[in-house]
Design a binder for this molecule. Structure first.
Ligand code: FMN
Length: 214
């Protein structure tokens, strides 16, 4: 057995084994991570260490997924790639026109102003399935993978924002990111970086309102 200290509690697992054996203390640690994660939209502009980014991204592979479809796909942009993306976005009138000629350019300008503050972006897509039931499950699995990444990012002391930016979701942007837009659909853009500040938690319905115990 090997011991690693994660935050304030120790988690033990079999060395080298793929399956982590959760210890009771791990629940406290996980609860703190889940409840502490916030959507962060203001970043300092500092880069993210590539090994930290890789470790967070790798968590995605362990999300539950039916039929082991592993439908998630990721395009990872470091700061150099984000700078190239900004040049690309500035050059495309068709992207600036989404969702319309009034709102589009203003939204794109806001996005372009944000980009230099980010440490990384992960463009997330999932591979579509012709069967709508399976496609819905694959969409859900990819969303679970996104949450894994966001929790990892938070646990690493970084911040994340699941964005649905129309410019980043645009098929031409996805193509620029190397996505196969014939087979994949956009799930979100993860804006990652060093937080300027951590927002207050947003309100949540009490468990009694959303759960029935039978
Ligand atoms: C599928 C999805 C898309 C989202 N897209 C956006 C977005 O485009 N803009 C935004 O401000 N927040 C977006 N969010 C983030 C939510 O607004 C955020 O999770 C919510 O306010 C709760 O805050 P918290 O993440 O700090 O708990 C998105 C979240 C999800 C799950």
């Amino acid at each position: 057995m090997q011991e690693r200290h994660q935050g304030y509690r120790a988690v033990a697992w079999a060395a080298g084994a793929a399956t982590v054996r959760a210890m009771p203390a791990a629940l406290d640690s996980l609860t703190a991570t889940i409840r502490g994660r916030r959507t962060v939209k203001a970043f300092t502009g500092a880069p993210i260490a590539s090994d930290v980014l890789s470790q967070c991204l790798d968590l995605a592979r362990w999300a539950p997924n039916h039929r082991l479809h592993q439908p998630w796909r990721f395009a990872v942009l470091d700061q150099a790639a984000i700078a190239r993306l900004a040049l690309f976005l500035r050059s495309r009138d068709d992207i600036a026109a989404v969702p319309d000629a009034i709102k589009g350019p203003a939204k794109l300008a806001k996005l372009l102003a944000h980009l230099p503050s980010l440490g990384a972006i992960i463009q997330v897509t999932w591979v579509r399935d012709a069967d709508p039931t399976i496609d819905l499950e694959d969409h859900a699995a990819a969303a679970a993978a996104v949450e894994h990444i966001l929790l990892g990012v938070h646990a690493a002391g970084l911040g994340g924002f699941w964005s649905s930016s129309a410019a980043l979701a645009h098929p031409e942007t996805l193509r620029w990111c190397g996505c196969d837009v014939q087979r994949e659909a956009f799930l979100g853009s993860l804006w990652l970086g060093h937080p300027q500040h951590i927002p207050e938690p947003s309100p949540r319905r009490p468990l009694s309102e959303v759960a029935r115990w039978l």
